[in-house]
Design a protein around this ligand. Structure first.
Ligand SMILES: C[S@@+](CC[C@H](N)C(=O)[O-])C[C@H]1O[C@@H](n2cnc3c(N)ncnc32)[C@H](O)[C@@H]1O
Length: 257
């Protein structure tokens, strides 16, 4: 009864803020602040037809698609990762999805590493505005330098800085044993350079894809999956942790004949 009353009050207060359907879809993830507008990915970012961008939603060209952000949020809610790395924050959409998952889990922190001081400042105030400041630490630094020095050990990584350096970021994490969980790489679509000629250049993007495929086969990892639509997402899974030792006594051993 109290919950129904609360929901009715919330509906009355927020009703006027509700967005109309976007691209025919009446979907607004609950973790996404209502004042962040979004539209069709096909209008926000260049694509070739194979990438089916018309099926996806995005805030702007530089920010991750809403579907990918929603996957990040759901994956953190499922895995209960507590020490989360993000390289490259820009307008903070990835940070919001990850930090909102920490808030929804009641534990965890996102370490967002961004090289641009203006973007870092915007991110800090944005996190305060959305009540997420307790779940985020902004590191205003180049990602490679940060990862070479940090004492943190991450149980989830979202690699989203420059395509040119994302594989190197992950290599540092593996070599320094500072990542023990899922690693997700954005902008991995094999078709990207058909519509984006120089961001990055073809050779750099091919090298990015070659390196992450190679890293996925590294014996320190156990597998991967590749999402091939829109901007693409490549996810590498770590070697599973060793199973706990068996209990010392079998439950039947204590049963008297
Ligand atoms: C694709 S945007 C990040 C988008 C964001 N993660 C999201 O989910 O919406 C890339 C960001 O990486 C930052 N960047 C570029 N080089 C970097 C580096 N070496 N270290 C850290 N951040 C870097 C850029 O300033 C930019 O803000």
């Amino acid at each position: 009864m109290i919950t129904r009353l609360k929901n009715a009050l919330r509906g009355t207060l927020l009703g006027w803020k509700k967005h109309p359907p976007v691209a025919g879809r009446n979907w607004h993830p609950t973790w996404l602040p209502l004042d962040i507008p979004f539209g069709r990915e096909s209008e926000a970012h260049p694509h070739s037809p194979e990438e089916r961008a018309e099926l996806f939603l995005a805030h702007n060209t530089g920010s991750t698609e809403i579907e990918t952000l929603n996957w990040l949020h759901a994956t953190i809610c499922l895995t209960k990762a507590t020490c989360i790395l993000e390289t490259g924050s820009l307008d903070g959409l990835g940070t919001i999805a990850l930090a909102a998952a920490c808030r929804d889990n009641g534990l965890g922190k996102v370490h967002s590493v961004e090289i641009d001081p203006a973007a870092c400042e915007r991110l800090v105030s944005r996190m305060q505005r959305y009540g997420l400041a307790n779940y985020v630490e902004v590191h205003c630094s180049g990602s490679l330098e940060f990862l070479q020095k940090t004492d943190l050990v991450f149980d989830f990584g979202f690699f989203d800085s420059l395509c040119d350096i994302r594989a190197e970021e992950y290599c540092i994490c593996l070599d320094r044993k500072i990542i023990q969980g899922i690693a997700a790489f954005h902008d991995t679509s094999a078709h990207r350079t058909k519509s984006l000629l120089n961001d990055p250049p073809v050779a750099v993007h091919n090298e990015y894809r070659r390196k992450i495929h190679e890293l996925a086969r590294d014996p320190r990892n156990s597998g991967y999956f590749e999402h091939i639509l829109s901007r693409g997402l490549f996810v590498i899974f770590p070697e599973p942790a060793a199973p706990p030792p068996p209990p010392e006594t079998h439950c039947l051993a204590s049963v008297e004949p």
